[in-house]
Design a protein around this ligand. Structure first.
Ligand SMILES: Cc1cc2nc3c(=O)[nH]c(=O)nc-3n(C[C@H](O)[C@H](O)[C@H](O)COP(=O)(O)O)c2cc1C
Length: 288
């Protein structure tokens, strides 16, 4: 996405150890969210960036004391004052922001949404991974309830530099999704939607959205939903589908296929459903 950068203010502060240039830049991120603005205050010294402060207008709830525009101005003025007062605190070049994410890369990433390790979703995920390796593609199943994934805190900081400040296992999933060619979600329906652990991953996908829209990070072209429910009929899948499709579309994935399996309260074992394994394998193979 093209981001328009507007220089707002720039000041040179002369000090005994040389000049410092402080700049305030506004970016219009209205293409990401309505009215979103991002401000960057940067201090440069001896051709290097030695300090950077970034804030966007979605970070602040409506009733904060200062607007984002005011905060940016205040930080700019305060830093100009501080640099003049103690320039020696601003001499070290900033480390690059975009550190490599941890974890592996796979052709197929499978988010397994059930907390039951040996449940139906785990079996379905296993068939998907096995079919990928039959097709000579690597695959990895993330059993999200086994991982430490905290809920999104709604801080919107990911729209500053594409990095979520929460320190847990999510970066491993982000890296895997960004480098895969197919994303599969294999999940039970819980209260008409996905279980909480998977919902946490989906909400934390906000960072993926930020990276995709602002940094141009890639995402798998296609997504496949395999959802399983206790009750009969289409109703349990309506909200589930809506949630997983929104997640996929947000990060540039085309929801290309869907398999829904109802009546598990009476059917009990997915392995006993005639033709299901074949349907799952065919769907995976066709999307590779
Ligand atoms: C907390 C909870 C909520 C559930 N909510 C629904 C629901 O709203 N609709 C439905 O059809 N089944 C619901 N189920 C049933 C599961 O979707 C079903 O048992 C499924 O087969 C479990 O898959 P798993 O073996 O992969 O865990 C729920 C189960 C649990 C434990």
């Amino acid at each position: 996405m093209e981001v328009k950068r507007v220089p707002v203010e720039s000041r040179t502060v002369e000090t005994p150890i040389g000049p410092f240039i402080i700049s305030l830049v506004r970016e219009d991120l209205g293409g990401v969210y309505p009215g979103m603005r991002r401000y960057t205050v940067e201090i440069r010294h001896a051709e290097q960036c030695v300090y950077r402060y970034v804030i966007n207008s979605y970070e602040q709830p409506p009733h904060t004391l200062f607007s984002t525009d005011e905060v940016a101005e205040i930080v700019f003025g305060r830093l100009a004052y501080d640099v003049a007062a103690r320039p020696q605190h601003y001499t070290e070049a900033l480390a690059p922001v975009h550190r490599a994410l941890p974890g592996g890369t796979y052709d197929v990433v499978i988010l397994q949404g059930s907390p039951r390790q040996f449940g139906s979703s785990a079996t379905l995920a296993g068939w998907c991974a096995d079919e990928a390796s039959r097709q000579n593609r690597s695959a990895h199943i993330f059993s999200v309830h086994e991982m430490e994934i905290r809920p999104c805190s709604g801080c919107y900081v990911c729209y500053n530099q594409g990095i979520c400040p929460i320190d847990d296992d999510m970066p491993v999933i982000i890296k895997a999704i960004e480098t895969a060619s197919l994303l599969i979600i294999a999940t039970p329906v819980y209260t008409n939607t996905v279980p909480a652990g998977l919902k946490a991953v989906i909400d934390r996908g906000q960072a993926l959205h930020a990276r995709h829209t602002l940094l141009g990070r890639p995402s798998p072209g296609n997504g496949l939903l395999i959802a399983i429910a206790g009750r009969p009929g289409p109703e349990p899948f309506e909200c589930t589908r809506s949630v997983t499709n929104a997640f996929m579309r947000n990060i540039g994935i085309h929801p290309a296929g869907e398999i829904t399996i109802d009546r598990m309260d009476t059917r009990r074992d997915v392995r006993a459903i005639e033709g299901l394994e074949e349907r799952v394998r065919t769907a995976v193979a066709s999307l590779l």
